[in-house]
Design a protein around this ligand. Structure first.
Ligand code: ATP
Length: 358
């Protein structure tokens, strides 16, 4: 069973200080939504308001169409998984999983069925008699997720659940949580500051900055059509290159911009004035280290990263602007060499000085 969640003009103030500024958002039943943004953007606060752990200052929160602003956390049909696991150290894994059900008044046979089901899904059967201190970080996080599963909630909330795990385990748990979502089909909201987690796990990404939504969309829509420079720079690794440019001339169908002393003609209109300073955004994989149509001139190689399947060049243009280039395969290029840099016009993004897409 899965629920829809509706946020309407949700505001959060701590004292007089607003940290969430009127969020509107619709989450469909069964959707895996990721709230992502830099530290302090308000993503945990938003999640905690949905969970019922934080009061909503203004606006309305609805679950399956029903207002729940005043509904106690325990009555919202929600289970939350925290970064800190929050396991009871003196109880066995079995007891950790069973405890919430016992206090909620479930009978022993029902508890056994639910614990077994959760343990099967998470493959933690062999660990049921251990205490948390005898578990690895990944196993503890699985138990924490198990505690949410046994409650059979309509909504799962995850607050940076993988932050305490090492890189390899994070990748593994990412896959497991995605599989869990497929198995259970529940509505899930996942908070992270890691855009890779957002890109790999989400049906829908909500990018937040300073308590406001910057963009909502499917991962590849955000990647291919970022609504502003913030989203463009936040989503994608290596990061999108931003080059200072200006609009030289414009007519109805063509725009000429100047960059690194070169004039480049874009065959689409821009919402900008002649002479206006602009930023050109180009992803590292859309830059070629060979001459093609649009050019950035010669790039001076500052550093080469050989990743095996790909090569990353950190270069500077003639006018000193850094440009990262992601090339497929292995390249015999070295620091100090120069390479001609060109890019696909079709994949160039243009932003105004205020970050809006033009
Ligand atoms: P992080 O990734 O660092 O956890 P976040 O995006 O989850 O960041 P929040 O924890 O939601 O951000 O915090 C948003 C803002 O609200 C921050 O400026 C924070 O200092 C402030 N804040 C959070 N909790 C409180 C509180 N209880 N009292 C006052 N201010 C708070």
């Amino acid at each position: 069973m899965a629920s829809s969640i509706t946020l309407e003009k949700i505001v959060k103030r701590f004292g007089a200080f607003p940290v969430v500024h009127g969020i509107d958002l619709q989450i469909e039943p069964g959707e895996f939504t990721v709230f992502v943004g830099p530290s302090g953007c308000g993503k945990s606060t938003l999640l905690r308001m949905i969970a019922g752990l934080e009061e909503i200052s203004e606006g309305e929160l609805r679950i399956d169409g029903e207002r729940v602003n005043e509904t106690a956390a325990s009555k919202r049909g929600i289970a939350m998984v925290f970064q800190s696991y929050a396991l009871y150290p003196h109880m066995s894994v079995y007891k950790n999983l069973a405890f919430g059900l016992e206090t909620a008044g479930y009978k022993k046979p029902e508890i056994e069925v639910r614990v077994k089901k959760a343990a099967d899904i998470l493959q933690i059967n062999p660990l049921l008699q251990r205490k948390p201190k005898a578990l690895s970080g990944g196993q503890r996080q699985r138990v924490a997720i198990g505690r949410a599963i046994v409650r059979e909630p309509k909504i799962f909330l995850f607050d940076e659940p993988l932050s305490n795990l090492d890189a390899e385990l994070r990748v593994q748990m990412r896959v497991e949580i995605a599989k869990l979502h497929q198995t259970l089909g529940s509505t899930m909201i996942y908070v992270t500051h890691d855009q890779v987690e957002a890109m790999t796990m989400a049906d829908k990404i909500v990018v937040l900055r300073e308590g406001r939504i910057m963009q909502v969309g499917r991962p590849l829509d955000l990647y291919n059509h970022p609504a502003n420079q913030f989203v463009a720079g936040f989503i994608g690794s290596p990061k999108m290159n931003f080059l200072a440019t200006k609009l030289v001339t414009s007519d109805a169908s063509r725009r000429t911009i100047e960059i690194a002393g070169q004039q480049i003609v874009l065959d689409r209109p821009l919402e900008a004035q002649d002479g206006e300073a602009l930023t050109l955004g180009i992803r590292p994989e859309h830059i070629q280290a060979q001459m093609q149509s649009a050019t950035l001139g010669q790039g001076n190689i500052q550093l080469v990263e050989h990743l095996g399947g790909s090569t990353v060049l950190y270069t500077n243009t003639a006018d000193g602007q850094p440009v990262t280039v992601l090339l497929e395969g292995q390249k015999q290029l070295r620091m100090g060499e120069t390479v001609p840099l060109s890019f696909d016009l079709a994949n160039a993004h243009v932003f105004g000085t205020d970050g809006r897409r033009v």
